[in-house]
Design a protein around this ligand. Structure first.
Ligand code: FAD
Length: 475
């Protein structure tokens, strides 16, 4: 007899597993089919985010930041750290333990929540049937009233530099390096390239980041981007803009990367190359020809604004559909779909999705950049508050950067909030909440912020937008 479920989720990453749990909370019978394989051949829930993305990268960013601070910043606190050294094996073990505990945690949540995990590759057939292909080659079918596709994404490969996973690395390889490469080239100065470049720079690599675009962090507010670039340069990250990689030649464990820039042909001899030029949706072997689900020209699963595909009762969420490739965006889509299936109201506000780079200083934003607001023609005002004027940031010896608020002049509504500085990734939550509630600078101005906190910087930036800041001069 064919196993039948109310909902089958294909993919157990941060879009798929919350969808499965929420569907079960809604009283539905749920299975989650996941094909993730660790490098040692073991299965794990959590997808890219927990196994090879968000979590392991943050573990290494934290460890390497402590090393950097001990070496460069503790002395000013009067702490003598002579002789600080790095035990990379211990650092990597900690990273692996965090990942293992977190992914095992999803298994426990599934057990407690009544979700059936199926470690296999799922393929959507016509009429809500899902073919389950086990590792040992066994094939079976399950039937669902609804199917949620959450198959995620994989790193984009450059034709001129195919991954060999030894010298030419993808982001996952770069998180599991057993030794610090003396010379490292990162291709792509996006979020992943900057985070990975920061990790290995802090641990001692000489890092060159090659970026094809002429603008640094083109997706971010440019005032924020230039402030961040200044700090990255001070940390020794050699970021070369307008550098288009043309070829790479691997010889005896090292690699020569060729690229062109304004000055012409250039080359670089390094020990390892990390290719971080973006990710592409993963739908390999996911869809039978007659399943009714369509892909767009870039390979994303086509969905409407409710994440519904062209096939009845088939939904798709996360990195495999349009929108920013972010874990929290996928999670919200997964939850919304699971609620819609249960007949509940759900809404994903695509205009208010925060972005964070966990570099030092951290970079975070929500809403529109000043460039986007300007282009929209809306009359706007800006308030900027530097962390140098924050007592808490000074006490933390972390006074680099600023908080910037952009609001519509007529309505005072917040249009965008941009932070570069200490704990920016945490601070942006307040701005996100304010924007979700269609808040104004006045709302932030009238909200009491504890003193001394970094969050006061948002309060002061909101005041600065009306030239009423207290702790800086208003211009
Ligand atoms: C180095 C790095 C750092 C990152 N840092 C952040 C961060 O700090 N914050 C953030 O928001 N995002 C971050 N991301 C992005 C984040 O990881 C992704 O946006 C997120 O994982 C997408 O979730 P998903 O569930 O859509 O897909 P995935 O996490 O990719 O999960 C998809 C799952 O589906 C499985 N699967 C695919 N096809 C099938 C099939 N046919 N049958 C069964 N299973 C299948 C896959 O094996 C996988 O387990 C980072 C990514 C990387 C690479």
């Amino acid at each position: 007899m064919v196993d039948t479920y109310d909902v089958v989720v294909i993919g157990g990453g941060p879009a798929g597993y919350p969808a499965a749990l929420r569907a079960a909370q809604n009283g539905l019978k749920v299975a989650c089919v996941d094909a993730w394989k660790n490098r040692d051949g073991s299965n794990a829930l959590g997808g890219t985010c927990l196994n090879a993305g968000c979590i392991p990268s943050k573990a290494l960013l934290e460890s390497s930041e402590l090393v950097y601070r001990a070496q460069h910043e503790f002395a000013v606190h009067g702490i003598n750290t002579a002789g600080v050294s790095v035990d990379l094996a211990a650092m990597q073990k900690r990273r692996a333990t965090i990942v293992r505990n977190m992914t095992a945690g999803i298994g426990s949540l599934f057990k407690a929540g009544g979700v059936t995990p199926i470690f296999a590759t799922g393929r959507l057939l016509a009429n809500h049937r899902v073919e389950v292909n086990a590792d040992d080659g066994a094939k079976s079918e399950i039937l669902a009233r609804h199917v949620i596709l959450a198959s995620g994404s994989v790193p984009t490969e450059l034709k001129s530099l195919p991954f060999d996973h030894q010298v030419i690395l993808d982001s996952w390889d770069a998180l599991e390096l057993p030794a610090v490469p003396p010379k490292l080239c990162v291709i792509g100065a996006g979020v992943i390239g900057l985070e990975l470049g920061s990790v290995w720079r802090r641990l001692g690599s000489q890092v060159v980041i090659l970026e094809a675009l002429d603008n640094f962090l083109a997706i971010a507010d440019q005032q924020l981007a230039s402030e961040a670039a200044r700090h990255f340069k001070k940390q020794g990250l050699d970021i070369r803009l307008g550098a288009k990689v043309t070829a790479a030649k691997v010889t005896a464990g090292s690699v020569t990367v060729s690229y062109t820039d304004k000055k012409g042909e250039q080359s670089l001899l390094v020990d390892k190359v990390i290719v971080a030029v973006g990710r592409k949706p993963y739908t390999h072997n996911l869809l039978a020809a007659d399943c009714g689900v369509a892909l767009d020209e870039r390979g994303f699963i086509q969905v409407d604004e409710h994440c519904h595909t062209a096939a009845e009762n088939v939904w798709a969420v996360g990195d495999c559909v349009r929108g920013p490739m972010l874990a929290h965006k996928g999670k919200e889509e997964g939850l919304a779909v699971a609620d819609r299936i249960a007949g509940r109201y759900a809404h994903v506000n695509y205009d208010v999705i925060p972005s964070v780079l966990y570099t030092a200083p951290e970079i975070a934003w929500v809403g529109q950049t000043e460039e986007q607001v300007k282009a929209s023609g809306v009359d706007y005002k800006v308030g900027v508050f530097p962390f140098a004027a924050s007592g808490r940031a000074r006490a933390m010896e972390a006074s680099a950067g600023f908080a910037k608020i952009i609001a519509a002049r007529a309505s005072d509504t917040l249009l965008g909030v941009h932070i570069v500085g200490p704990m920016a990734g945490e601070l942006i939550a307040e701005a996100t909440l304010a924007m979700e509630f269609q808040g104004t600078t006045e709302d932030l101005q009238r909200t009491i912020h504890a003193h001394p906190t970094l969050a006061e910087s948002l309060h002061e930036a909101a005041l600065a937008a009306d030239k009423r800041a207290i702790d800086i001069m208003n211009r």
